[in-house]
Write a protein that binds this ligand. Structure first.
Ligand code: EPU
Length: 430
């Protein structure tokens, strides 16, 4: 078993560089399927979700060349295969973007149902509604989603999303860029990674207007040509380190960020008594005094991001008074609460609401990451805790955080990766 061992209670001081955005990268890599030529993708985060998607493109027949640590050249011109291999695709949620991209490129796609973090039901009915409106038939058989258009090309149309969905918005954009005619997505999601995907596709020759608002218009073009594109910094990675400084105290300059994307997180930290200074492409986060309580409700962008909910909960556990968190996006995103309780937190959950009574401190414990952001929140709790925290199931965390141990060690955290083969055996027996 590989785990993180954290000796907590040390304030953080120094600088952290933020990597490229995971949730932009996992859409932009499949988007390369639509490009007839070489596209250079820069500022890719080095995380397992990115590696998996690049491997899937290779399995489909793409030529993928590593240029440097964060840059790859992808050439999908010669791909003829629209069936995605099962084993790789099931490990990742974002494999659903392969449906939109393959439909856009070939008018057909065969993709296994997506994997990813478990927050209760994660339907993709809005994606499918979009594909069907654009002329595809979609059915599930033999463990695969089969999508196909009779005429070999998607047809532009008007699609109203019943729910503001990041995935459906981006998937329909992918299916629409090479479609015949104009596609209009109404009630679209507005997250920074939606704008980033649109910018990537437009830089390759697409005609997408309105990304970042709730009406997106996509005029289909005949082909996309190659080019180079640099992915935006990761809003949630930055927010996670901001929350870590809030929990431990100290002062950290978080570099290579777009401060505007962080405003929803900054606003809450300010309410809690944390100093956040916005610079051009960095934020300086400082916490010296006590943390004060607040309430948080997660919402689609520009609301407070659900992907920061567990991390802000870790900070609120240490704030004076009673805080209330309302999860407004997912049905079941409080699965980490039992692990926090083992560390001394006082939290009651009723459905989508968590009530937190602040405590003086967390105490170290042996806990297990249950999903990506919950795992990051456990790291934050461990950094702030008195004593030693051991976190298992860290593969969840490494799906989405590049070099988290190195980045935190660089600002003074005592965190190590420990491999214990014996425990593996015990786990198998037990
Ligand atoms: N929904 C439906 N039907 C659909 C699609 C979504 O009912 O067809 C519902 C979902 O059940 C959920 C809500 O709509 O209640 C929003 O889901 P959305 O489609 O926006 O989520 P997603 O695209 O599956 C992405 C991120 C998640 C992030 C959410 C919300 C990726 C790969 N995943 O998921 O990121 O929580 O948007 O912002 O981009 C993470 O990074 O840790 C993560 C889970």
């Amino acid at each position: 078993m590989t785990k993180y061992v954290i000796h907590g209670g040390k304030p953080l001081y120094g600088e952290i560089d933020i990597s490229g955005a995971k949730n932009a990268a996992v859409a932009i890599i499949p988007a390369a399927l639509l490009v007839d030529g070489v596209c250079r993708i820069e500022n890719l985060p080095q995380i397992s979700d990115v590696t998996l998607l690049l491997n899937i493109l290779q399995e489909l027949g793409a030529d993928v060349r590593t240029v440097n640590r964060t840059t790859v050249d992808v050439d999908c011109s010669h791909i003829r295969n629209a069936r995605v291999p099962e084993e790789l695709a099931r490990k990742i949620r974002a494999s659903y973007y392969l449906i939109g991209a393959l439909l856009g490129r070939f008018g057909s796609a065969e993709v296994p149902p997506p994997g990813g973090c478990d927050f209760g039901g994660r339907p993709i009915d809005q994606h499918i509604k979009g594909f069907v409106a654009m002329g595809a038939s979609v059915d599930v058989r033999g463990g695969y989603i089969h999508a196909k258009t009779a005429k070999g090309r998607m047809t532009g149309t008007q699609i109203y999303l019943d729910i503001v969905s990041v995935g459906a918005t981006m998937n329909i954009m992918l299916a629409a860029v090479l479609a015949d005619g104009l596609t209009i997505i109404e009630n679209a999601a507005k997250e920074p990674h939606i704008v980033d995907l649109a910018n990537f596709l437009n830089s390759m020759g697409a005609e997408i207007m309105g990304a970042g608002t709730d009406v997106i218009k996509i005029r289909g073009v005949e082909r996309l040509t190659g080019g180079a594109y640099s992915i935006i910094p990761d809003q949630i990675e930055a927010g996670t380190y901001m929350a870590a400084v809030a929990a431990t105290g100290g002062e950290v300059l978080i570099k290579n960020v777009i401060p505007k994307h962080l405003e929803c997180i900054t606003a809450k930290l300010l309410e809690m008594g944390v100093d956040v200074e916005e610079l051009d492409d960095a934020v300086l986060v400082r916490r010296t005094g006590k943390l004060t309580r607040t309430n948080v409700k997660t919402l689609p962008y520009p609301g407070f991001p659900t992907d920061m909910q567990p991390q802000i909960a870790a900070v609120l556990c240490l704030a004076e008074g009673t805080s209330v968190i309302t999860e407004g996006v997912w049905d079941n995103r409080f699965r980490y609460v039992d692990e926090f309780r083992r560390m001394g937190a006082q939290i009651q959950v009723d459905g989508k609401i968590a009530v937190i009574e602040g405590v003086e401190k967390f105490t170290g414990a042996r806990i297990q990451a249950c999903d990506l952001r919950a795992g990051a929140a456990m790291v934050i709790a461990g950094l702030a805790a008195q004593g030693t925290t051991e976190i298992g199931h860290i593969h969840h965390i490494e799906r989405g955080y590049e070099d988290i141990v190195r980045k935190l060690s660089g600002v003074g955290a005592d965190i190590r990766v420990v491999v214990t083969p014996d425990e593996d055996k015990q786990a198998q027996v037990g």
